[in-house]
Structures are given as structure tokens and as C-alpha cells.
Design a protein around this ligand. Structure first.
Ligand SMILES: O=C(O)[C@H]1O[C@H](OP(=O)(O)OP(=O)(O)OC[C@H]2O[C@@H](n3ccc(=O)[nH]c3=O)[C@H](O)[C@@H]2O)[C@H](O)[C@@H](O)[C@H]1O
Length: 433
């Protein structure tokens, strides 16, 4: 049987040898030529990709400078002016989450007493950013400048500490909300873990180091059943990712206190409510739905037990924040080096009188003079805890914390603000003054 070779080559032996060699030569050249072509093509493609990537990075860098909302002489002047202290022994405070609910109130209170305040906020769209913009306008009207930027932006933080020697940082920027953590878990890691570390890195490197007061949460008590919740109680059983990131924050801040001598105060806020509040919270969304004639969902605990919260009015929280700043004690390090032990504190800031969710709805109905359409459903396994109740004796002892606003009074003030801001139909906001 002829082989494949025999079929392709003539049968004369001598000729065969020469022609075969020639043919192989041609084959080799063809092959070499095509390899070279492929090589050249590959080179061309690599060069094309590289130039595309560098063009992209040029565009990114360029657009960063074109669209950056911070930097420049004018910007630095605004930051400096806003941070100016106007009382003897006053502070200059960087308030992260400055256009947030608690951030706005704390900033106004600090400014009012003569402290310098600079806000920092990324104006994300977790809830209606127009409310944050309105708060910003309110702050601007009181001489407080809010920098637009993210706590994860190390360059921005370094710049801020470069421009102002902040004595304190009130760290309130966070991804809030207990149930939203099931929808968008990564946003909690981004803000409450990565963002916190970025901020602490900037604080530890600053010279002088500021004292840090930051927002932890009542949710760290998780499945703890011992009431009222005391700071020494178990906090190793979080019920939500939100709670877990806040608990992690307490551990992370401890390491910065231990290694770098940062003065740290963590505040466990208990369901804070009031004017300029967060639209994602129950009291706020219930108000909106009741006014619009829409149903509200009221969760109920195991064995049909009503859920309860130690709702705490914003003015009381503000007093707690200022008391914490006033008693924070100094950080001891400088330029990233610890010089001695610094205070590490944790306080509950609650109201000490829990109220059930149906009672909250009843109070809103009376203030709004409207009936709620209630859908009562069993609490889904979404990270909620059945009740919260703060023991506040530690904060009382340390800085005289004493909440004075009950839920009835606080919701009355909230409803008045809400109707003034949104009107009865939750329409356009009114002008801020
Ligand atoms: O103390 C905190 O550390 C946290 O407080 C707040 O969380 P919560 O105490 O869960 O407040 P909030 O959502 O107003 O729900 C209140 C009650 O209404 C119930 N609830 C809620 C929604 C609903 O549609 N129906 C309902 O019954 C609900 O089951 C609950 O029993 C902050 O949001 C959080 O960021 C964190 O700061």
C-alpha cells in the first residue's frame, strides 16, 4: 500500500531527494514567514492594547481632575474657614457623614457653641440624596462647609489633615440600615470596614493625632437577652451583617488605640429619630405612607409579641456626642508612633424606655390625625432583633448623659418638621433656612 508520502512525492529516487528537499525548504520558508507575520501581528496587538490602556488611564486621570469636587486654593480656603475655632479651648472637628441625619445635627450644635466644623459626605443614593443636599444647604447657611468625597479616598483624607490640624474626628459616615444588608452586603464592608480603616489610617498618621468619636450601634447586642443592655454584655452574637460590621468596627478601633495611641470613643446609638431623619427608618416611612393612604407593614415577633425599640430623640443623641467629644482625652501618638496609652471607651446612647412598634404607629396616627392601614406580619428572618433597651449609667457617670425627650414629644417635633418640609403629599421640599 502506498504511503501518504509516496502519494505526494514522485517515485524516481534521485529526483525525489532533491525535490523533497526543495519542497521542505519552501515549506520551511512559508512556515517561517507565517510565524514572523503572526509575531508581528501579536506585537501590533500588544502595542494597540497598551496604547488603549494608557489612553484610558489618561482619560480617567484627566476626568478625575476635571470632575474632582475637592482640591484647589478656593476649596482649601473654604475648609480652613469652616474649621476656624471661635471659642477659647474650642475644637476643630471633622464630621464624616456630615450631610447625614446625625452628622447634620451634631455639626450645627458644634458650630453653635464656637467649634470649627468641616463635614465630609459622599452623598450616595442609599436614600434620596436631595434630602442630603438640603441638609448641606442648611449647614452652609450656618457657615459649615461639607466636602464631597468618600472616606475611602486616602488622598482626600491626607489632604484634609494637611489643611487643618483637626483636634477631633466625629466619624458618622456609614452604611446604615439593618435589613438592607441582605440586599447589598458589600456596601457595608465598603463603608463600615474599609472606610473605617481608611479613616483610622489617616488619623493615626496625622500630626497631631485627633481624638476619634464614632458611631457604633445598639445592634451589636444582637441576640443578647439580658435587659437592659449594658456595655459589658455579650456582643458576639450579631443578628445582621450591619451589626457584624459595627462590632468589627469596635475591634478595629481597639487595635488602632492599642498600636497607635488613638483616643477612641464608640457610641452605641439606639434607633435615633427626629427632624431631618433617615427616610429608610420605620417612623419616617410610616409617616409618608400614612399621609399617602398607603399601607404600612408592622413586623411582629415570635408568639405574636410586639417588637420594641429604645427610640432615642436626636437632641439627646447630640448631647451625648458633644459630651463624648468633651471628655474624649487626647491621642498620644504622632506620625504613626504611639507615645503612651490613650483612652478607649464605649457608651450606650439610648433613651432607657423601650416602646413597641404598634405604640409608635398609634402616636403617629394621633399626630397626623390619620389612621394607618396596617399589615401585621411575622418578622421575617432579616436581621431584626425583637427589642432593644439601653442601660445608660456609664454615659451618665462619664459626661452626665440624660435623655429628656419621650417618643410622644419627639415624634410631634418630627411630624411638624416633616409636614413643613414635604407638605401633606410628600411633594417638593420647602426652602431651607
Ligand atoms: O439602633 C440601631 O443601632 C439601629 O437603629 C435603626 O434600626 P432599627 O431599630 O431596625 O430601626 P427601624 O428600621 O426604624 O425599625 C424600627 C422597628 O420597626 C420595625 N419595622 C421596620 C420597618 C417596617 O417596615 N416595619 C417594621 O415593623 C423594625 O422591625 C423595628 O422593630 C437604624 O435603622 C440602624 O441603622 C441602626 O442605627
Amino acid at each position: 500500500m502506498p504511503s501518504l508520502d509516496d502519494e505526494h512525492f514522485p517515485s524516481t529516487p534521485g529526483k525525489v531527494k532533491g525535490e523533497r528537499a526543495h519542497a521542505m525548504n519552501r515549506q520551511f520558508h512559508r512556515c517561517f514567514a507565517s510565524t514572523t507575520t503572526m509575531f508581528l501581528w501579536a506585537l501590533f496587538l500588544i502595542a494597540l492594547t497598551a496604547s488603549y490602556l494608557s489612553f484610558q488611564s489618561f482619560v480617567d486621570t484627566g476626568s478625575r481632575y476635571l470632575t474632582a469636587s475637592w482640591g484647589g486654593i478656593q476649596w482649601e480656603k473654604q475648609v480652613r474657614t469652616s474649621a476656624e475655632i471661635r471659642r477659647s479651648g474650642g475644637f476643630s472637628v471633622l464630621v464624616t457623614g456630615g450631610a447625614g441625619f446625625v452628622g447634620t445635627h451634631v455639626s450645627l450644635a458644634l458650630k453653635k457653641r464656637g467649634d470649627g466644623v468641616v463635614g465630609l459626605d459622599n452623598f450616595n443614593n442609599y436614600y434620596d440624596p436631595s434630602l442630603k443636599r438640603a441638609r448641606k444647604t442648611l449647614l452652609n447657611n450656618h457657615g459649615i462647609f461639607v466636602v464631597e468625597g468618600d472616606i475611602n479616598d486616602a488622598r482626600l483624607l491626607a489632604k484634609l489633615f494637611d489643611v487643618v490640624a483637626f483636634t477631633h474626628v466625629m466619624h458618622l459616615a456609614a452604611q446604615a440600615g439593618v435589613r438592607y444588608a441582605m440586599e447589598n452586603p458589600h456596601s457595608y464592608v465598603h463603608s463600615n470596614i474599609a472606610g473605617l480603616v481608611a479613616l483610622l489610617e489617616a488619623c493615626k498618621s496625622a500630626n497631631p493625632q485627633p481624638a476619634v468619636v464614632w458611631a457604633s450601634s445598639s445592634s451589636v447586642y444582637g441576640l443578647n437577652e439580658k435587659v437592659p443592655f449594658s456595655e459589658a454584655d455579650r456582643t458576639d452574637q450579631p443578628a445582621s451583617l450591619y451589626a457584624a460590621t459595627k462590632k468589627a468596627g469596635e475591634e478595629i478601633t481597639h487595635t488602632y488605640n492599642h498600636i497607635y495611641g488613638l483616643s477612641i470613643t464608640g457610641l452605641r446609638f439606639f434607633t435615633v429619630y427626629g427632624p431631618w431623619g433617615r427616610p429608610d427608618m420605620a417612623y419616617f416611612s410610616f409617616t409618608r405612607n400614612i399621609l399617602q393612604g398607603k399601607p404600612i407593614t408592622v413586623y411582629r415577633g415570635k408568639n405574636r409579641v410586639d417588637l420594641a425599640r429604645d427610640f432615642t430623640y436626636i437632641d439627646d443623641i447630640v448631647k451625648g456626642c458633644l459630651g463624648s467629644l468633651d471628655t474624649a482625652g487626647k491621642s498620644t501618638g504622632s506620625g504613626g508612633k504611639k507615645r503612651g496609652p490613650a483612652p478607649y471607651r464605649i457608651f450606650n446612647l439610648g433613651n432607657t424606655s423601650p416602646v413597641t412598634v404598634p405604640t409608635l404607629v398609634g402616636i403617629l396616627e394621633r399626630h397626623l390625625k390619620m389612621k394607618a392601614k396596617k399589615n401585621i406580619v411575622d418578622m421575617p428572618g432579616n436581621g431584626d432583633v425583637p427589642f432593644t433597651h439601653a442601660n445608660i449609667s456609664l454615659a451618665r457617670m462619664e459626661f452626665g448623659y440624660k435623655p429628656t425627650t419621650d417618643l410622644q414629644t419627639g415624634l410631634k417635633k418630627f411630624v411638624r418638621w416633616y409636614l413643613n418640609y414635604y407638605g401633606y403629599n410628600h411633594g417638593q421640599s420647602k426652602l431651607v433656612n
